[in-house]
Design a binder for this molecule. Structure first.
Ligand code: 4AD
Ligand code: MG
Length: 433
């Protein structure tokens, strides 16, 4: 009798058939003549039952020997059983041990987070981390699909760069054959010339910030998706932020229901964000609101994490805060025509304390303005010559934003710290494994 080798994602088509599966022992328990093995194969979990009177003694002996994370090949008849976790069960008739694992460092007891991060390569095998990685993967796919469907061209921006994009205080410097080079903080400056070539572009890759802060919202290496659109002005940008977030969340709620359930995510908290109509609040009004809430903040101050949490907490969906003072924003932003002390900037604040997930702006289209900005920000004029060419050869209005993938994934999964939203987190005090 042929026995197909299947995965746990593929059980439905094999009920009442003999099958073989390969994976690792997630868990096991004994009860008299029974052994219950929870098999984990990367696609799911399956309860496998070994009943001593029905298997060869040799198979029983192997079942007794199993330890957590032992790699096995297991065969038997697959049955549908409503009482079994996941609705299926394997009635085992054969078992092959590939390698017996010694005691697994991560057990059932509560481990400190530092311990778990040192074991990150093994921690990924846990149910919770599995679910988070699935959501992350789906989010990346949904993001790419969003732009692909709307005729954006993917432009991969370089990681080694000659200059800063988002301020000079968080630059990672490296030696580039005797010259200083910096790890990219954002692909934006490379998208702006490209958008003059291709109309609508995006990049999606790793970005680096030498963040000295140890907050739960900061990584030193994170992934950012950045669209840039020619002829798009500020109002169009706000619409794009909203459409993008609504679409990607809808897709995640559809595709990741099992993972979100495993994470015990209250999806009623995410559903409003699929419906659009995100509130848009002027920076000045946001400051006033914070003042009435008793916060010590003055017009001109940047928001701290607590301010963002308070502002976003007033709504059930993301909030777009607009028109920040130009002084507290990056050099490349277009001044507001009605008040040039303000920038046409937007930050999107997520609910439930997740804070800023998107930062974006209309870009300055004036060569003169940008030259002045580069000077007052103390940036090296020569390193930006190529960037200024966008304003020399047929300048045009354009806008774009950047969203940090890990902040988005943390919000989707309802996890409090970004370190779990990326496979191998990099933070001020962590470069291992
Ligand atoms: O607001 P930021 O600094 O904006 C830019 O880099 C623009 N050049 C993007 C653009 O307009 N194309 O960063 C954008 C987003 C933030 O809203 C946040 O989600 C994320 O990137 N981010 C971080 N995520 C994790 N760790 C950090 N240290 C982050 N810094 C920014
Ligand atoms: Mg920002």
């Amino acid at each position: 009798m042929s026995r197909p080798v299947i995965t746990i994602s593929d059980l439905a088509g094999h009920v009442d058939q003999p099958v073989t599966l390969r994976g690792w022992v997630y868990n096991w328990r004994k009860k008299g003549k029974l052994r219950f093995i929870i098999l984990r194969d990367g696609f799911g979990y399956l309860q496998c039952i070994v009943f001593r009177p029905e298997v060869d003694e040799e198979v029983w002996e192997k079942a007794v020997e199993l330890t957590q994370e032992t790699s096995i090949e297991i065969s038997g008849k697959l049955v549908a059983d409503e009482r079994a976790p996941g609705g299926y069960e394997l009635k085992v008739d054969n078992l092959k041990i590939i390698q017996i694992a010694p005691e697994f460092p991560i057990g059932k007891k509560d481990h400190g987070v530092d311990f778990l991060l040192n074991q990150r390569h093994l921690w990924l095998r846990s149910k919770r981390q599995h679910a988070i990685m699935r959501v992350r993967s789906e989010a990346q796919f949904a993001i790419r699909d969003f732009f692909q469907q709307r005729a954006y061209t993917l432009i991969d921006s370089p990681i080694l760069t000659p200059a800063a994009c988002e301020g000079t205080s968080t630059l990672f410097e490296t030696d580039y054959f005797g010259e200083p080079a910096y790890l990219s903080q954002s692909g934006q400056l490379y998208l702006e010339p490209a958008v003059a070539a291709l109309g609508k572009v995006y990049c999606f890759g790793p970005t680096f910030r030498a963040e000295k802060s140890k907050t739960r919202r900061h990584l030193t290496e994170f992934w950012m998706v950045e669209p840039e659109v020619a002829w798009m002005q500020f109002d169009g940008l706000l619409d794009l932020c909203e459409d993008f977030i609504s679409s990607v969340i809808s897709r995640i709620l559809e595709e990741c229901a099992v993972d979100l359930e495993r994470l015990e995510r209250d999806i009623s908290k995410l559903e409003p964000a699929t419906k659009g109509s995100f509130p848009r609040i002027d920076y000045g009004d946001a400051v006033k609101t914070l003042q009435t809430l008793g916060q010590e903040i003055e017009f001109g101050d940047d928001f701290g994490a607590e301010h963002e949490t308070l502002l976003a907490g007033l709504h059930d969906r993301p909030v777009l805060v607009t028109r920040y003072p130009a002084d507290i924003k990056a050099f490349y932003m277009q001044p507001d025509p009605t008040d040039p002390t303000r920038a046409l900037a937007v930050d999107v604040l997520a609910p439930e304390g997740y804070g800023e997930i998107i930062g974006g702006s209309e870009r300055s289209a004036s060569l003169e303005h940008l030259e002045h900005q580069i000077e007052i920000h103390g940036l090296p004029r020569d390193a930006f010559k190529w960037y200024l060419d966008v304003r020399t050869y047929g300048s045009f209005p354009h806008s774009g934003f950047g969203m940090g993938l890990e902040r988005f994934v943390a919000w989707m999964c309802g996890i409090s710290h970004l370190r779990e939203a990326i496979p191998y987190p990099r933070m001020i005090n962590r470069l291992y494994p």
